[in-house]
Design a protein around this ligand. Structure first.
Ligand SMILES: Cc1cc2nc3c(=O)[nH]c(=O)nc-3n(C[C@H](O)[C@H](O)[C@H](O)COP(=O)(O)OP(=O)(O)OC[C@H]3O[C@@H](n4cnc5c(N)ncnc54)[C@H](O)[C@@H]3O)c2cc1C
Length: 460
């Protein structure tokens, strides 16, 4: 058999998973990565698989959507999950990582793979003479973005999300902050900042009227001038200002703009916690999650934001325990780009009109770190099947990967990216009443269907 070769564009979560899987199956891969020659506005490290916002890869329990996705990724031979184990930091029932250790470990694995040749350069075009995988992420821009728009024949779509601030552990007030996980799950992995009613109301007022940062020039494209206009205004509900936000990563000021109590039912919910100072449940509560293994840095959970940095310091210092907090990174907000996948992508994750051009990751609408990585594995399997001269059926509809593939390729006039969730899986014939039992049964069904799908595929 002659040598098999695939080009992968982008060494992010999707690109690295795909490249490592293909290389492990004997395919020669050329992996292009623009860093450190060029950085997107959100990427800072020269290493691969960079986590640009939260350091959480979400829940691990099989009866959760994210846990089920991970189980399917393991069945497909994920390389990023073992890398995450190396970088794991304590986070209750979730898999959270030290982002630097994680990226370094993925980079080491890619560079150690003899079948992968890494090229550190910006790619500006797509050569479709042979199979090529585009995994350049939600911040794809410039000539390559134009090339994609030309190939897909559709205008790009943009939406917005944001990064949470990080504070040092030593600058917190431990007279107020206490360690605990909700409902006692985990080993007191989170630090909690409890609010009484008056503190919460003052904080809410300050947040809802705080000044937002103007968007960067790259964000102000002529494509969507209404976004630039709304961004410097006080916090408003997402749809009021023409600002479209990534629901899973909504700026806290946008959430505050939805009503005084909205945050108390979201990231500031106090349920499952008792403030040891009062012996009662707080009125509201903010959690801090460790950013690194050493626990010297904490991010403010759910506090992605586009407030001006001075405003972040002023408003977030009103959080009980953060009065003297040292901010090592402030929140920022960025553009996010994805294909109109229902119109242009097949279930094999290639363009219907250009079958050699495959896509993977957030750019397809698989939303989230692990979803992007899972999409990389799916694309790799489809490309491999193509090289073998066969067509891979999509994963079964009752699996998380199968449901996501169907979601992004099914007709949808208002297509938005979608993360793993139990709601997109078909319901059971005999549904247990208890939600936990139901999710467990749905997950077990998915694992069994998925393993049959994996087993049916020819190995080299
Ligand atoms: C600001 C922001 C915050 C986010 N926060 C979260 C979060 O907290 N949790 C979550 O689950 N998801 C989050 N997401 C969504 C998504 O999970 C991440 O963007 C994820 O990194 C997507 O993985 P990917 O592999 O598709 O792309 P990326 O991880 O972005 O990888 C793409 C790679 O391609 C490279 N590249 C780009 N263009 C070129 C080119 N022309 N030539 C060569 N190389 C190129 C980039 O440098 C990068 O290394 C966020 C997205 C954004 C934009």
């Amino acid at each position: 058999m002659s040598e098999l070769h695939v080009t992968v564009l982008g060494a992010g979560l999707a690109g690295c998973e795909a490249a490592l899987w293909l290389a492990g199956h004997g395919v020669k891969v050329t992996l292009y990565e623009q860093k450190p020659v060029r950085f997107s506005p959100a990427h800072k490290s020269a290493n691969f698989a960079e986590l640009i916002c939260s350091n959480s890869l979400k829940a691990e329990r099989l009866d959760s959507a994210s846990g089920l996705l991970k189980a399917e990724m393991r069945q497909m031979g994920s390389s990023l999950l073992p890398a995450a184990e190396v970088a794991r930091v304590a986070a209750g029932g979730a898999l959270a990582v030290d982002r630097d250790v994680f990226s370094a470990e993925v980079t080491r694995r890619v560079e150690a793979e003899p079948n992968i040749t890494v090229r550190r350069e910006e790619v500006c075009t797509i050569d479709e003479a042979s199979p090529i995988l585009v995994a350049t992420g939600p911040l794809t821009e410039g000539a390559l973005a134009e090339k994609i728009a030309a190939l897909t024949g559709s205008a790009e779509m943009h939406f917005y999300d944001a990064v949470a601030p990080i504070v040092t552990a030593e600058s917190l007030d431990y007279e107020k902050v206490f360690a605990a996980s909700r409902y006692g799950r985990g080993d007191d992995d989170y630090l909690n900042c409890p609010f009484n009613k008056a503190e919460y109301e003052a904080f809410y007022q300050a947040l809802a009227t705080a000044e937002r940062a103007p968007l960067h020039d790259f964000d102000k494209g002529a494509e969507n001038p209404s976004v630039a206009e709304s961004a410097s205004a006080p916090a408003k509900p997402a749809k009021d200002g023409g600002l479209t936000v990534y629901e899973g990563c909504m700026p806290i000021e946008v959430m505050a703009g939805r009503g005084a109590d909205t945050m108390r039912y979201g990231p500031l919910r106090p349920v499952g916690l008792t403030d040891p100072r009062t012996g009662h449940r707080p009125w509201a509560n903010i959690q801090l999650r460790a950013e690194n293994k050493e626990r010297t840095l904490y991010n403010i959970v759910g506090f992605q934001t586009n407030l001006k940095w001075g405003e972040q310091k002023r408003v977030f210092s009103m959080i009980p325990g953060l009065e003297h907090a040292e901010f090592v990174r402030y929140g920022v907000m960025h553009r996010n780009t994805f294909l109109d996948s229902p119109k242009v992508l097949t279930q094999a994750l290639c363009l219907a009109a250009h079958p050699n051009v495959f896509f993977a990751g957030q750019i397809t609408g698989f939303e989230g770190y692990m979803e992007s990585a899972a999409c990389g594995l799916l694309a790799a399997r489809n490309i491999y099947a193509r090289l073998m001269g066969v067509t891979l059926p999509p994963p079964p509809a009752d699996t998380m990967c199968g449901a996501l593939v169907r979601y992004i390729t099914a007709e949808n006039k208002n297509f938005q990216p979608m993360g793993a969730n139990m709601g997109i899986l078909p319901s059971l014939e005999n549904r247990p009443r208890d939600k936990r039992e139901r999710y467990q049964a749905v997950a077990e069904r998915a694992v069994s269907s998925f393993s049959a799908w994996v087993a049916a595929q020819a190995e080299p």
